[in-house]
Write a protein that binds this ligand. Sequence first.
Ligand code: DGL
Length: 334
Amino acid sequence: MTAHTGKARLVLIGTGGTIAGRGGSAVNTSAYDCSVLGIDEILTGLPAAAEIADIRTEQLFQIGSENFGTAHLLQLGKRVAALLQRDDVDGVVITHGTDTLDETAYFLHLTLKSAKPVVVVGAMRPPSALSSDGPLNLYHAIVVAASRDAHGKGTLVVANDEIHTARDVVKTNTFKQEAFRSPYGPLGYIVEGVPRFYRLAARRHTVQTEWSIAEIHDLPEVGIVYAHGGMTDHGVRAMLDTGVRAIVYAATGNGNVAASVVAALRDARSRAVHVVRASRTGGGVVIRNAAQPDDRYDWLAADDHVPHKARILTMLALTGACDADALQRAFLTY
Ligand code: DGL
């Protein structure tokens, strides 16, 4: 990096998504090409950013986030960790497709070992669209990453004037700009270019977790089976044949499991595959031994983790002690 100007020194990592998209016309807010603008092009459209921070860019991927796999998480995490170790980097902003943005952010939240700000940001409308949220979301992400107030708060997601903790935030809408929501509300807002924090995430993250991205070289495969009325055991049995190490069961309601699926999930345990009961409702908690006898079946309850976040946490927990007690503890700790 060049001589220190006194501004925060940030690295902006591009990975693709709608924030890097381009439509055929300004009225294409939902139909457009994704992941076509390079990170330098995106930043060029935002001259105000240079007043906030000295920004270096890196194009790590150029993909829709629905294509993010384990290898992408590991590569991104390791690159961010290496950047955060440098004395000339004060924070990192990652542009990302919104589809799995909440999963990537949660993975970083649990595995980075630094108090420096890391902000993941996307857009629901491409920069070419009328009223695109991309430029302002990105400006806000840069403002947050450059702020001393963002230190020690874990990985953050910025969208729609709000600052969310990666633990809680979920994409909840297919096309509207206010797609990102946290069940307990955002940590704060960005108002007139200034971050205002009002609360903290209570659960452990970053430097307080048992996982370090530097020591993770692979992640076990964990699948999700989505429950519905008229449920059969076909999905669980098919997944068992894939060699997964755990199945997150996106159960109905507060973690109910249809009688037609219980035997298959008990077979999973006899094959050393862990069973995590989460809820497809998107809110509330799944309580151990309430809707199902977890102690008897040796199953796990996901607490308030939505199924796709429960999957990230299960993959990480399986890199350490793999007994059910350790896994259950993880759901109640993180
Ligand atoms: N292809 C989707 C993704 O990258 C586009 C969605 C978006 O970025 O808003 O997640």
